[in-house]
Design a protein. Structure first.
Length: 135
């Protein structure tokens, strides 16, 4: 399979790894948004969160939390953003699931860009009512 992250996991191409266990690997993003920008990746080839089984998802996000704490402490970050791009419309470029941990340093590149969306009157209630998420 022609997947850049599978190749990193297999050791076929290099990456600056910061963590590895049986389920996940974490390495520095080659095109960093900040110093220490890290990607946490399940070893299993899964397209994104929309196709992820619960066990993989649980393991991935528990590891994201642990790695985030380590990054904050080791790099003296003041905070961090955690992001995941799922599908092209959300900016996904590499179609092997991964979570971005982006350390933030006070006074440096600390703004997380948000696209604004203004709800129409009653639209928030309409959306919430329509969703009715059930597991
Ligand atoms: P996304 O799919 O979430 O938009 O972004 C994929 C991320 O993977 C990008 O931030 C990009 O810089 C990173 N990336 C792509 N190819 C490589 C690579 O070969 N090595 C590393 N370390 N990061 C990569
Ligand atoms: Zn893959």
């Amino acid at each position: 399979m022609d997947c850049i992250f599978c190749k990193i996991i297999a050791g076929e191409i290099p990456a600056t790894k910061v963590y590895e266990d049986e389920g996940v690997v974490a390495f520095l993003d080659i095109s960093a948004n900040s110093r220490g920008h890290t990607l946490v990746v399940p070893k299993q080839h899964i397209r994104n969160i929309l196709e992820m089984d619960d066990a993989t998802c649980t393991d991935l996000f528990v590891k994201v939390k642990k790695i985030a704490v380590a990054i904050k402490n080791n790099l003296n970050a003041d905070g961090l953003n955690i992001a995941m791009n799922n599908e092209k419309s959300a900016g996904q470029i590499v179609f092997h699931a991964h979570v971005h941990i982006i350390p933030r340093y006070a006074g440096v590149n600390e703004i997380f860009n948000r696209t604004k969306y203004t709800y129409k009157e009653g639209e928030m209630e309409e959306i919430a009512n329509g969703l009715r998420v059930k597991f």
